[in-house]
Design a protein around this ligand. Sequence first.
Ligand SMILES: Cc1cc2nc3c(=O)[nH]c(=O)nc-3n(C[C@H](O)[C@H](O)[C@H](O)COP(=O)(O)O)c2cc1C
Length: 337
Amino acid sequence: MSLLSATPDTRYADSLRLSVAPMMDWTDRHCRVFHRLLAPGARLYTEMVHANAVIHGDRERLIGFNPVEQPLALQLGGSDPAALAQAARIAADWGYDEVNLNCGCPSDRVQAGRFGACLMREPELVADCVAAMVAAVDIPITVKCRLGVDEDKDYEVFAGFVDRQAQAGAAMVVVHARNAWLKGLSPKENREIPPLRYEWAYQLKRERPQLPVVINGGIATVEAAQQHMQHLDGVMLGRAAYHDPYVLHALDCAQTGQPLRGREELLLALRPYVEAQLDAGLALKHITRHLLGLFHGQPGGRGFRQVLSEGAHLPGADWTLLEQALQVTRRQAARVA
Ligand SMILES: Cc1cc2nc3c(=O)[nH]c(=O)nc-3n(C[C@H](O)[C@H](O)[C@H](O)COP(=O)(O)O)c2cc1C
């Protein structure tokens, strides 16, 4: 794949099978270009952007993207139907393939703004938001949610929430298969402590075969992803995709039948993108911070990470740092072999 010559997107429907989760501060545009290289068939998501920021903010900075990132969804935060509809229209005009509404973020700031996971308690308001966005654009509107909030443990409440959004026109639901605890846990703890219950997502799909359902939460291996695929339409990987990005490549190849490429080959394929960005004035560290995990769990992986971490912020850092990192990785690996 040439990173700099994007083709028109005809792959959106197939990309349902594998996606990379929206992650604030992580899945920025440079990260997404890297993930696209690793997983040509995957659907990528932006970080969450509030609808008002899309409407009033610096759009190039907040929602600008490179066409190679497609199929690409913009994740919106918010709970005002008119603002969300306006933001969705802007997203469609910018060429996004999908708009996803965040109903899963538990942070205090987000709760105070009445969006994110607390919206699971307001299915009618969410349905108004979904319906307003569906009416405003031709691209699919989707929802990412949890199983419930706090002590919710009634499957019918969860299924009722999803049904209401499907009725309002949501084309697909991503289920992060655990509750969000709105009090007492940090967002990080809220990704770890509430137990995963995949069975609810399986049941949702069994009962509603026509509704596309993607599962998210704790999926870290090709084997686990393939197990979920027996029950659901797709898997969404978050932290594993970021910390061990080669798993994305392995999963994409397993799903498409394409041969695996080596880590080093993949990194070298990023060179034209990195050099174009450096020429445009970007500092290398903004790209390399997303690459640190490429050799995760491999002999030499620590050296790779160390060379990049120590060198990328120095003035004038350029592609040669990545070549150095590869050399150190190879040397360390040879010592182990
Ligand atoms: C650093 C970070 C930022 C996140 N930001 C968002 C976000 O903007 N929107 C969202 O819906 N979920 C966000 N999440 C949650 C992930 O999308 C995902 O649901 C969660 O990490 C569980 O999936 P995983 O176990 O595969 O990581 C974030 C997660 C992390 C680790």
